[in-house]
Design a protein around this ligand. Structure first.
Ligand SMILES: Nc1nc2c(ncn2[C@@H]2O[C@H](COP(=O)(O)OP(=O)(O)OP(=O)(O)O)[C@@H](O)[C@H]2O)c(=O)[nH]1
Ligand SMILES: [Mg+2]
Length: 94
């Protein structure tokens, strides 16, 4: 089986959680060595989870998930926070 066909459930999931502007997307880009998540100094830049499957030695196949800030606010912000919490619970239960 090639590395790309490893099912998500068999991969180690690495989630990046925290407040807005904490540097989560910067960590995502550093871990993947790619410019995959938008980084800016404006709070709330990441509005949806950014997911990347890859091989990370020595762990093996992983899924890395960058998430919106857990302190987002307003009508849309609260929807984002709910999404982050769902993502976190799914990861814990996995
Ligand atoms: N000084 C310093 N700045 C950093 C560091 N990591 C990230 N930054 C800066 O902090 C700002 C926010 O970085 P992001 O990676 O976009 O932060 P985020 O947590 O993804 O932000 P949201 O998407 O809004 O939740 C950017 O201007 C980054 O360049 C760090 O280690 N040191
Ligand atoms: Mg971000």
């Amino acid at each position: 089986m090639s590395m790309n066909s490893v099912p998500s459930g068999e991969r180690v999931h690495i989630g990046i959680y925290g407040k807005r502007n904490a540097g989560k997307s910067t960590v995502m880009n550093a871990l993947t060595n790619q410019n995959i998540a938008i980084v800016s100094d404006i709070k709330g830049t990441t509005t949806d989870p950014v997911i990347k499957s890859m091989e990370m030695l020595p762990i093996g196949p992983v899924v890395i998930i960058d998430t919106p800030g857990i302190d987002d606010e307003g009508e849309l912000g609260e929807l984002r926070v709910k999404k982050v919490i769902r993502c976190l619970i799914r990861q814990i239960l996995q």
